[in-house]
Design a protein around this ligand. Structure first.
Ligand code: SF4
Length: 492
């Protein structure tokens, strides 16, 4: 308990954590501690990623054990292939979300960034980019057949491909200049029946639920996101918490039903089962009336602990969804430096620590700060994105980030003001692939979570050389980076 501040920077979350511990509820942090030390081979990229049944082969990082795999694969080939494997997952995740589309021609490239994409591809084999990159990568990962140089180049081509695919709008998405956004436990201070939504349920399902529960001014229901960015006709669902705090919130018993969409972590459903909170899987197409009845039944049959009663624990802001919305903010005369900060919660660091510390320090130095993901939820929650502030962080649409900001900066002729793009935490392979793609596009990128590249100096050098060809850099650390290190990087 004495290390509670190492789990989250939010004092309310710290209280909830104490209460969960008192009731014997096991949460993410406990699992994280029990998992230590996590697989050192994988963390360094020295666990063979090929589709091969002769393994698994691992290479000893200290040179005291095996130096090659059974087939003779060395550490450089293994780390490079591991990187390519992660990037292949990253591009597939993006295709799954945005669709493959039918063209990747130059005409479809992000407005204002065409020259950068063109230059990047020139330095990455000088071949046109197509969805065939995916087949080629899968073939390269069947058995070792190519050098580390080829694998690294292919990983970076997938990074660029992921950025281009990210540019596509998800089929169900509506376009609007900005959406209001609320974040914080204070949303639970009213006497309501709360339905928590996690993962990515189909937009139609969410919209019918929201429509049904917003009829009349005195609806007894409130629909809240448990950290995922879930868009409805009118905006994003209000966020009760960031994604890393979802279990903590469920452990309070304040949520009366969990609507779980695809990509919901299994731990959330498991915790609901333990706490007898009803769970509805969104793909099961359960009628709205039935969902509401389940939530109402739980509410009326379980004692309501009022763990969160302070309505002021809510941060508000608006999320920029288009370049038109962003451009005037970027064009302010006083702005000469821009920092982009985004990423997911991770138990490697106290949750909220990096985004809050960094945004506070950079706003204080007259940087324009824009952010996405959990990182910006923490900024909103802490009032750093409040529109009442003279200098505030700008939340960006999660799905288009950070490309939306690059397009806005380019359109406003302010791209030269960009001091760097920082990923405060990585969750999916897509995050890593986007980070690589951005550095491959000539941006300065910093990743706070350790990457599985420390098993090969050659691969790290190859990446640095490729990024340098187009004026980009990627800074990463062999430990979870602290705010001082990243601040130093921004102020370099
Ligand atoms: S590809 Fe080579 S290193 Fe990898 S598992 Fe097979 S034999 Fe081992």
């Amino acid at each position: 308990m004495e290390a509670i501040h190492l789990k989250t920077v939010d004092p309310v979350s710290q209280n909830l954590f104490r209460s969960a511990a008192k009731h014997g509820v096991r949460l993410l942090w406990e699992r994280y501690e029990r998992l230590q030390p996590q697989d050192g081979f994988l963390r360094l990229g020295l666990s063979c990623p090929y589709g091969c049944m002769q393994g698994p082969c691992r290479i000893d990082p200290f040179g005291r054990g095996s130096e090659q795999g059974l087939c003779g694969l060395d550490r450089d080939g293994m780390v490079a292939a591991f990187l390519l494997r992660l990037c292949l997952h990253g591009v597939l995740e993006t295709m799954n979300e945005r669709g493959a589309g039918d063209t990747l021609s130059e005409k479809s490239w992000p407005h204002g960034l065409t020259k950068r994409f063109s230059k990047a591809l020139k330095h990455l084999g000088n071949k046109p980019l197509s969805l065939r990159e995916i087949d080629r990568s899968a073939l390269l990962l069947q058995r070792p057949s190519e050098s580390a140089e080829v694998l690294v180049e292919q990983a970076l081509r997938l990074g660029i491909l992921t950025l281009l695919l990210s540019e596509r709008k998800a089929p169900s998405r509506k376009t609007q200049k900005r959406f209001d956004c609320q974040v914080g436990y204070g949303l639970l201070s009213e006497e309501k029946i709360f339905i928590g939504v996690a993962g990515q349920p189909a937009q139609k399902a969410i919209e019918s639920l929201v429509r049904e529960t917003s009829r009349g001014s005195a609806s007894p229901y409130r629909i809240l996101s448990l950290g995922d960015w879930i868009q409805t006709e009118k905006g994003f669902l209000p966020f009760a918490c960031s994604s890393g705090e979802a279990e903590l919130l469920l452990s309070t018993g304040s949520i009366h039903l969990l609507l779980a969409g695809p990509k919901t972590d299994p731990s959330l459903s498991e915790l609901c089962k333990q706490m007898e909170i009803p769970v509805v899987m969104s793909e099961k197409m359960v009628p709205v009336k039935e969902i509401l009845s389940l939530a109402r039944h739980h509410f009326s049959t379980h004692s309501q602990h009022k763990t969160i009663s302070e309505p002021s624990f809510i941060g508000q802001s608006s999320v920029a969804m288009t370049i038109e919305e962003l451009k005037p903010l970027l064009k302010k005369r006083s702005i000469k430096k821009v920092a982009l900060i985004g990423g997911s919660d991770t138990p490697q660091q106290p949750m909220g620590w990096l985004p809050v510390e960094l945004a506070t320090a950079l706003l204080g130095r007259n940087y324009l700060v824009a952010g996405w993901g959990d990182a910006v939820l923490w900024m909103i929650k802490n009032g750093l994105a409040s529109e009442d502030r003279e200098s505030r962080a700008i939340p960006l649409d999660e799905q288009q980030s950070p490309i939306l900001a690059l397009k806005g900066l380019s359109d406003a002729r302010r791209i030269g003001y960009l001091r760097g793009i920082c990923f405060t935490g990585l969750k999916t392979c897509r995050d890593l692939t986007v980070a690589l793609g951005l550095a491959g596009l000539g941006m300065d990128v910093c990743v706070a979570s350790p990457l599985p590249l420390w098993g090969s100096e050659k691969v790290r050098n190859l990446l640095s050389e490729r990024f340098a060809d187009v004026g980009g850099t990627m800074t990463h650390y062999d430990h979870p980076a602290n705010p001082e290190e990243i601040l130093e990087w921004f102020l370099r």
